[in-house]
Ligand binder design. Structure first.
Ligand code: CDP
Length: 216
């Protein structure tokens, strides 16, 4: 069985949904690194100050981010699980994720979290930077139209107002920012397995990852 699994890919490809299910089936810990960038972004927004790199570094310096076994997210000791899922935080997360200091600090924390093994970690740079020695690397993708539709359904289900065309524009912009940034851009590791989920159900994607992990 593969002990450390890295799942990367663009926004809305289904990383967190399938990683969470796979972790439960394997009895592994699920680590959502996007939630950590989102927590930094929320703290930056909550400061109410004009956002620039020096504010982002200041806010990150003494930040405390914790994830529990139910994938709940805590920022400086307070739960922010739902607060970090707004489109405003998504936009800000992509901005804070460009800052070297933030990436260095979160990468260190993520490696520490993975050090006990039996983990499935998802993000943008897990297979390339955070856990280059992972036993299994998956790169999940889907067309931008399909990913926008999934995010639209997700926001609606949570009772947020959502506009499909706007979501597609925002996802395209965020993917561009994430792929073109200088430090640890979104990229498929050379030894990652590409899974295009456009026409696959969640169950089909989960089954394929479990097969690759050696579960069945
Ligand atoms: O769920 P979704 O795919 O929309 O985003 P996420 O995984 O929660 O990540 C939010 C943002 O954090 C991304 O757009 C990236 O800019 C950043 N991120 C990153 O740079 N590196 C990671 N390992 C994870 C997320």
């Amino acid at each position: 069985m593969k002990k450390i699994i890295a799942v990367d890919g663009p926004a809305g490809a289904g990383k967190s949904t399938v990683s969470k299910i796979c972790a439960a089936k394997l009895g592994y810990t699920y680590i959502d690194t996007g939630a950590m960038y989102r927590a930094v972004a929320l703290k930056v927004l909550q400061s109410g100050k004009p956002v620039d790199d020096s504010l982002i570094v200041d806010v990150t310096r003494d930040i405390r981010i914790e994830l529990d076994e139910s994938a709940r997210v805590f920022l400086d000791g307070r739960e922010v699980t739902t607060q970090i899922r707004t489109p405003e935080v998504s936009r800000a997360a992509s901005l804070v994720a460009k800052v070297g200091y933030v990436r260095q600090k979160l990468t260190e924390l993520q490696r520490q979290m993975a050090s006990r093994g039996n983990v499935i970690m998802d993000g943008r740079d897990i297979g390339t930077q955070v856990l280059p020695n992972a036993d299994l690397k998956i790169f999940l993708t889907a067309t931008v139209a399909e990913r926008a539709r999934r995010r639209f359904d997700e926001l609606k289900a949570k009772g947020h107002a959502a506009d499909l065309a706007q979501i597609e524009t925002e996802i395209t912009l965020r993917d561009k920012q994430d792929s073109e940034r200088e430090i640890a851009p979104l990229a498929q590791a050379e030894d990652a397995i590409l899974l295009d989920t456009t026409r696959l159900t969640i169950d089909e994607v989960v089954a394929e990852i479990l097969r690759l992990a050696g579960k069945v």
